[in-house]
Design a protein around this ligand. Sequence first.
Ligand code: ADP
Length: 696
Amino acid sequence: MAEKLLSGSGSGKQFAAQQLLALMNEMPGGFFIYRADGNEDLLYANTALLRIFGCETFAELCALTGGSFRGLVHPDDLDAIEESIWHQIKNSQFDLDYVEYRITRKDGRIRWLEDHGHFIHSNGLGDIFYVFVADATEKKRRHEEERTALRTENERKEQRIQEYDKEVSRRQELIAGLGVDYESIFYADLSIDLIHAYRLSRHAGLLFINDPPSRDYSGFVEEYIKRWVHPEDRQLITDMLDPARIRERLAGSPVLHVNYRLLRDFRTEYLQLRIVSVCGGPEISQIVIGARSVDEEIRSALEQKEFLANALEQAKSAVIAKNTFLSNMSHDMRTPLNAIVGFTELARRNIDEKEKSLRYLEMINVASSQLLRLISNVLEIARIESGSVTLNRGTCDLREISERVRKALLPRADAKNLILSLHTEQLRQPFIYSDRHKLEEILFHLSSNAVKYTELGGRVDITLSSENNVVRMTVEDNGIGISRGFLSHIFEFFAREHNTTLSGVHGTGLGLPIVKSLTELLNGTIDVQSEPGKGSRFTVTLPVRPQDARPLSPAPIQPEKLPRGEGKILVVEDNELNLEIAMDLLRDAGFTAEAATDGSIAVEKIRNAKPGEYALILMDIQMPVMDGCTAAWTIRCLPDPYLSSIPIVALSANAFEEDKKRAIESGMAAHLSKPIDIDSLVELINKLTNAEPQAE
Ligand code: ADP
């Protein structure tokens, strides 16, 4: 083969060529030449190449490879490298092309070669490739090892990343699970000024723009405080979230928390911030921050606190009120009692001096009425306060009510030479559905005050008007008036203006509180205007339900109009003193009175009576054995119509509306309150017993 390469040359040239071949044979790297034609015949291979293939001679190599480049290369690599070679040649005609491929040695072992070749055209040999090769098996193995090592390293890294991701998502689940109550959960690394949100409330979410939501811790804290935290709590939260302070405090406590207020949707909401450290070790930098709404808890705690504070305040004022009440009562009761005791003593000492005695007795009478009024008012107030006053609604005739009030006050007005006028022209809806007695009580208290606090010769105007389902009751006087300072206290219990007390006008300071309470019970309002020395005007405004016409009032249970003759009055009373008073008063008034000391005795007396024997029964309510109402009802059920229809009048210390109602419902004709007003009693007895005898 070497001849082929040397043929056609001069002897000088041949020598040089031989020298060259010898040199090539001695080259440490492999070198060969092959034709660049279809067969790619091998033209030359140096000794180093033969060694690579494990052959002794070129012939041995040709026998192993078929004498061609194609036979040299491992069949699996052939196509790829040929394409690569031609491609490289096309791109550069001057550089060596480079390929790597495997070969199969004579001993069957596979080796890797690095191939640097070049295509040239020689006049003698035509198109040829000369190629430098080096055994790259070791290098390849080393590379392979390095690659494998790298791959393993990458795979490990990848695995670590996956494990980390899994850990992160596990932690997130854990955080989410533990933090169900938290509307925002953050992880922050204070050492690198980073905050990452695991869960975000709507308002905190507005401060993150990237996803996953993370940003600078300091910037977030500043914005959050400025934008959402209540101005009064900003300093508190600034301190709480200050990294240095967090480190300092977390060193001494595993968890920090603070409650603060947030301004959200134009309302204040209470939130709690909790901070825990999530890294062990002395240097605290990684923390978890949670924010949860504690609005309901705090508000109910505040309400509770307020409630307790109010309760305490109320308890205190109740004690004060009780003491004031007792001291007022003590004073106001002792005053008339003192008069009663004192004048009684004076009357006793002067019993022979008729004039004097009568005057003392008159004074006792005045003081008694005063005491009675005080007791009635106090009881009324107590009942209103305890909520036991109920409305007893029905058809009310406002004209009739106001007329009754005027009539009741006329004697007092006349005594003072006052003009007491009633105006009902503007009363477009005189019939209303309301509580008759409460309306009367309101109007009476106001009008009685007007009469009381107006000096001789003055005037009092009671005006009632109604329009659009609203009734207005105005009581106006030109009396002493009320000072500005006292006006704001006028509805307080026992409040009486200094000038009133000094002037010696009797009063309890309970009338107006009663009026106010009753007005409010009827859903109304009361207004007062007054000027000292000029007069006062009280206006009660009530929403009402008008009634078109007066319906027939339920017929009271009337005794049958049977002849009563000159029958006796049966006084049913268990209290000895009261019994004696009633009997004596009745006898003094010309009646024949008989006593029964409880309801059952009365029933027996009537059951066994002859018709006409008893003209009327005066019945106490609270009694042992059988109470007045039961007794009245039992009498009403007697079979004899003469007996069952005897008029019964309740005479009781139970003077409330409900007591009257109960009495009437149990068949009594009327109800009078104790103490006995003998004039009213006689008037009532005459009215009830003055029945026309019925024609047989
Ligand atoms: P009293 O029993 O003292 O009249 P009230 O509660 O009815 O109690 O009234 C409280 C106080 O209001 C009275 O003591 C009086 O000082 C003042 N007052 C009430 N009505 C009038 C009025 N028409 N003119 C002047 N002062 C009045």
